[in-house]
Design a protein around this ligand. Sequence first.
Ligand code: 6LW
Length: 499
Amino acid sequence: MPDQHQATAVSNPIIPGFHPDPTVCRVGDDYYLACSSFEYFPGVPIFHSRDLVHWTQIGNVLDRPEQLVLPLDSPSSAGVYAPTLRYHDGRFHLIVTNVSGHGNLLVTATDPAGPWSDPILLPDVPRIDPDLAWDEDGTCWCTSAGVQQVQLDPATGKVIGEPRRIWSGSPGSSYPEAPHLYHIGDYWYLLIAEGGTERGHSASIARGTSPNGPFEPCPHNPILTHRGIQHPVQNTGHADLVQGPDGSWWLVLLGVRPQGSTPGWHGLGRETFLAPVTWVDGWPVVGSPDLALPAPNWPLQPATAPARDDFDAEPLAPQWISLRDRPAELITTRERPGWLTLRARGASMDEKDVVFVGRRQQHLTCRSRALLDPAEGAGGLAVRLDERHHYEVEVTDGEVRAVARVGGLRSVLGSRPAPDGPVMLRVDIAPPQDLGLGTGPDLVTLGVEEPDGTFTALGALDGRYVSTEVAGGFTGRVIGVYAAAGTVHVDWFDYEQIG
Ligand code: 6LW
């Protein structure tokens, strides 16, 4: 049984690390939340909670190649964009866009942990960020970026009629997207994101008496933004509304935590935050998604994750993601029981199709270690933002090397002879060094942990070059193991918060 206790504060983000575009739904006492996943496979991580604060990943919605087509040469930060998760008529429905494959698609399940159905393709649903809502007659309305709406038959994927623009968002704003439509009390509320997903991001709302509008904008839009505010949480927007166990209202939303000298860099991507909502004159008023929120008045159920994965189980635990696909002949724990075997395609971390298995960096300071047997190949432990921005400690040609790739530059930071047999690779991400000119977000140190526990650092680099402010894109850091040539075996992988 989880440990139930009453805390005085809860900490944001509620789902740290690259977990953007959160969508949430409540079924009885249970909450489920899903996020975007871009070039990673499996796609659309899905979480469960009983308290809206502590979340455990229970699977990935798109975990079969039939559901998730990501060509090996598809761009990073393309792939799977923002989903909407809803429960209707005894089934969970998840609607999402794969910009590298099927376009808009819908999958359903009775158990949100899976299996989810094969995709129903939605070629006539326009743009990205599709939402689903059902009216009292059972008619399903699909609203997407723009903001456009179409009637949808979710069983067949057929749309009825032409898409209609139902709102253009706030005057002077840009990118009206991420719509969610809700029937609350006397009104249909249309919540959208605006301003783009960077520093000007926000959420606005409008209401009407029909799901099709007309919609009257809220007089105090945007209802959520940290635009222009010196707040440790920035880029707040892309939100979804939900009720707490006591009937109170909350938003889940995306935000980032820039670190280092102003305006800062964020390496962990867009994370999922929680904010309280009250209602005034029939409009939601959103409290700030601060790093610490007053605890809600229901019992909290903290969840802990073990630091080590011994790779004893197949399939891999749901937090493990690879790039674009995961063929069993290249990524398996069956070849050497208790080890993860990675067979290279011949691509290095500089390529889109490198054989890489990683997990999201979820803490500002952390240590990752992996015991790697490179006897039959070359590979290592990497901090990846994309194929042009990554740092790694690699065993190759009889050496262990710390390597940094930043845009068009690639540099070996340091090396030492490789020991015989398995080698323990380690990456520490620690507070930044102040060089007198301000600081980057953090310091990434790459090296080898010796059998006696001492650490031999082979290179240390400012973490800003593996941040979204430098690399661009929609994702965040993923830390993992890879094979660049031949076959490498990984006995275990540790990830823990430090400092
Ligand atoms: C997503 C859009 C957005 O589709 O970023 O922040 C895009 N909002 O709604 C990619 O995550």
